[in-house]
Design a protein around this ligand. Structure first.
Ligand code: ADP
Length: 584
């Protein structure tokens, strides 16, 4: 991975993180809805199987009762009641609301039938009134509670829905369910939906293998009335269903055909957003339509929690990655910067060591030159004296010798002073002792002292350009040293061209400018000339020097809380500006 301060992978990390989070969230929610669909399908099939099994059970109860009836000599209420008690049929088939028998009575036998039945139940009477060819009244109906007693004698064949089911049951010898009916047991106000389940029974030992045989030999029906509400409530109470169900008789989905609604009132458009499905099944010869909807409890809280967890988890991981990346990046950049700085310091140190080595060789050369010269002069004099040469001690010779000695010692003193200053600066002992001085006077003094050098280089002694006296608190000796260094450099590097000195007030500074028209300094060297032992490459070869002057000069100015500026162009000359604060 490329690492620099400009390259930042933060945004791509966030984008990739967000993309992956969205994909994961999408995947989880898709997976969830697939799971929901499977769960819905499973619960739906489970409910259907339970309803089918329950109805098969009821059919079984009727078959069992039919077997008992066929083997009883007469169909009496007492017998049926005992049978029900013995077999505990209502306990074994929960939801079964009654078991009854309806015998077919031809019109000519109606009177006898009623008479016989009245023996058992005195209020027994076939109803509704009217002449019909055959009657199929309810003879017995257990349990004999108030509601069921109300149904006794009802000619079920007189009612078309019931007749239709009875005819099919008879013709096909099977348990047959009616469509939606209102049971005769119901009170007027409470007209709840229900259905009857009929099972035919035929004359003993008769042939009912053919349709005609079944029609001729039919005796009656064992039947069960069902209030759909109670029936389905009983079924659903046994299973923990998470689906809402609406059950319709037949294939029409409307209020008129509604058998059962787990969450009334019926709303055919409800939960259009959720899962729903319609199934049709045949229960005891009758079409039943079931409409399933997901209930409120269907969508488990954990489904949303899962999606939420993935989304929030993804975001947190993204932020964590971003944080880690930024942290690592910051540390790596820091480490890199430290390494770079160390490298720079090393190079600088190396350059310093090289410059110091140069300095040592130059310094020894500079020290040796005046000493060699003095030694040579001394030897010449000694030889002349030994030879008895009278000229050796002539006034002229002695003056020359003294001048020479003075020059060389001045040179040596300057050299040693510079080296002492360097060591003072290094140890922080360069002190400035301030007193009130006038700048033009100090500069003029220095120029006076340097007159011989100007003369030696054929340069006119410069006149200080100044508007007024500038008085300040500075170290006279050190300011002299600064001006001396700048003027000496202007002489040395000035190509014998005139030198200008200007003193001005630039509040809050006093400014001394030394301007020459000499060799100038290359741009790349301007920044270095104030360093220790640094000499601009070109000049170094041409003019002797230790590369200490400007370093010391700068340190003196800095100790005065001032600064030095240089403007220079190679080959055209240089301007050195010393800015000294006018007040402390
Ligand atoms: P030295 O002159 O002994 O080498 P300085 O510290 O006085 O040391 O100067 C450092 C370098 O700056 C010199 O070697 C020279 O290259 C350059 N320099 C200083 N003054 C001038 C000037 N007036 N003109 C051109 N170059 C200069």
């Amino acid at each position: 991975m490329k690492l620099d301060s400009k390259t930042n992978y933060g945004l791509p990390i966030v984008l990739i993180g967000l993309l992956l989070t969205s994909l994961a969230t999408f995947y989880v929610s898709k997976k969830n809805s697939e799971e929901d669909k499977l769960r819905f399908e499973y619960e739906m099939n489970f409910i259907i199987r339970r309803i089918q099994a329950r109805m098969e059970n009821y059919e079984g109860a009727l078959i069992q009762t039919r077997a008992f009836i066929l083997n009883s000599p007469t169909i009496q209420r007492e017998n049926l009641r005992n049978y029900i008690k013995d077999t505990q049929i209502f306990r074994r088939f929960p939801g079964l609301q009654g078991i009854g028998v309806a015998q077919i009575v031809k019109k000519e036998n109606l009177g006898r039938h009623e008479k016989t039945l009245k023996k058992d139940v005195e209020y027994y009477q076939v109803w509704p009134e009217g002449f019909r060819n055959i009657y199929t009244p309810i003879n017995v109906l257990e349990p004999s509670d108030k509601r069921n007693r109300k149904a006794l004698g009802f000619d079920m064949y007189s009612e078309p829905e019931r007749r239709k089911a009875m005819d099919i049951a008879r013709d096909e010898d099977k348990a047959m369910m009616t469509e939606k009916i209102i049971l005769v047991q119901e009170d007027k106000g409470e007209r709840l939906p229900g259905f009857n389940l009929y099972l035919p029974f035929y004359k003993n030992e008769s042939d009912f293998s053919t349709l005609q045989g079944r029609r001729n030999n039919i005796v009656g029906f064992v039947y069960s009335p069902f209030r759909t509400h109670e029936l389905f409530n009983a079924i659903f109470s046994e299973i923990d269903s998470k689906l809402d169900v609406e059950i319709f008789a037949g294939n029409k989905i409307d209020e008129a055909h509604l058998f059962y609604d787990s969450t009334p009132p019926i709303n055919l458009k409800k939960k259009a957003n959720g899962l729903s499905a319609t199934k049709t099944l045949i229960l005891n010869g009758q079409d039943i339509t079931l409409k399933f909807y997901e209930s409120k409890e269907f969508r488990r809280a954990q489904t949303f929690a899962k999606i939420f967890f993935v989304a929030v988890g993804g975001l947190l991981v993204t932020l964590l990655l971003l944080w880690l990346y930024l942290l690592t990046r910051k540390q790596m950049l820091l480490a890199r910067r430290v390494a770079e700085e160390n490298e720079k310091l090393l190079l600088k140190e190396k350059a310093h060591v090289e410059a110091r080595d140069d300095f040592l060789s130059i310094a020894s050369h500079e020290l040796k030159t005046p000493l060699t010269s003095l030694k040579l002069q001394g030897e010449v004099m000694k030889r002349m004296i030994n030879k008895g040469d009278e000229k050796a001690l002539s006034k002229e010779k002695v003056i020359n010798l003294v001048n020479h000695i003075e020059n060389q010692t001045t040179r040596l003193t300057r050299l040693v002073d510079d080296m002492l200053d360097i060591s003072r600066i290094r140890t922080g002992k360069l002190r400035v002792e301030k007193s009130q001085i006038e700048l033009c006077e100090v500069v003029n003094d220095v120029i006076d002292r340097l007159k011989p050098q100007f003369a030696k280089n054929s340069i006119t002694v410069p006149q200080v350009e100044s508007d007024a006296k500038i008085i300040g608190n500075w170290d006279r000796f050190r300011i002299e040293q600064v001006v001396t260094n700048l003027l000496t450099n202007a002489i040395r590097y000035g190509k014998n061209n005139p030198v200008k000195v200007r003193i001005t007030k630039l509040p809050p500074y006093a400014c001394i400018e030394v301007i020459d028209q000499g060799i100038g300094i290359a741009k790349e060297n301007v920044g270095k000339i104030f360093d220790r032992f640094e000499r601009a490459a070109m000049s170094a070869n041409e003019v002797s020097g230790l590369g200490l002057g400007l370093y010391i000069t700068n340190q003196i100015v800095l100790a005065h809380k001032g600064r030095i500026e240089v403007e220079s162009e190679l080959g055209k000359g240089s301007t050195f500006k010393v800015l000294l604060p006018l007040s402390d």
